[in-house]
Design a protein around this ligand. Sequence first.
Ligand code: LMR
Length: 327
Amino acid sequence: MSLVRVVVTGATGQVAYALLPRIAAGEMFGPDTEIDLRLSDIPPMIEKATGVVMELEDGAYPLLARVSASSDRAESHTGADWVLLVGSVPRGPGMERGDLIRKNGPIFVDEGKAIAEHASKNVHVVVIGNPCNTNCLIAQHAAGDTVPADRWSALTRLDQNRATSLLATKAHLRSRDVKHLAIWGNHSATLYPDFTNATVGGTPADQVVARTWLETEFIPAVQKRGAAVIVARGASSAFSAAQAIVDHVKSLVTKTPGDDWFSAAVVSDGSYGVARGIVSSFPLRSRGDGGYEIVQGVTVDAFAKSKIDATIAELEKEREIVKDLLG
Ligand code: LMR
């Protein structure tokens, strides 16, 4: 039995409330790994966090070795193996993620510094709080060389899951029948769900459903799904985000099966002409130890390239907006 130390920030928020019991139940790290679960939040939320700690204790989860809550990162982040940066000011109705950049940026400078100072030297960091790609970039820069670039990722699995579900439904099949459906670029309204390489039940997606639907309905539906949930629910997605976070970490700690891919935003190494250093979503494969490789040799046709260029241009613009925070 091994033990993993996991920090969840924004621990009193709705996403964390859906996520924490699933981590405690072993859904993220499997049945052979005990969990030291550290809830992190801002000082005014700590009393509420103690209530969440009580509920985790009351679950009597067999794998939960320890649970604690603190607003002091020197306490919560010390020795952390995984830091899940959920906390940030959430997007409200009518707001684009870009509106949040300047508001949330400074939080991620502090997180990056605290991770470099206190976390385990093997730490992996997942950024969920929006705009997650650029928040990841900010935290990664703030951490400096202490935490290698390949330990940082941001969540686009929610977009992959949304795209998968939408495509499967349209094809009258199941989500498990959809493969090689990668998300490229930013977790925003410019993201590109690449149907050109996707298969449904083993057949290329555009031979199963009409290309016009894929181009004109599927792409915008995936891009705007987060906003649609906010309008309908009056709050941003919570348990679907938690599901995506569980999937994201599981995909990194499990060797990717067969020849499939999964998507996450990672620091670009220049693959596919994506500006080096930008945190962009790519198709990935995992070695099963938390590390990944960007899948090479994926066909990017002229249509896909124009969509990828647009979302990368947005990421470069976001990097420009926060350049004073990049040290
Ligand atoms: C989502 O995609 O549902 C979340 O990232 C919330 C948002 O702001 O869209």
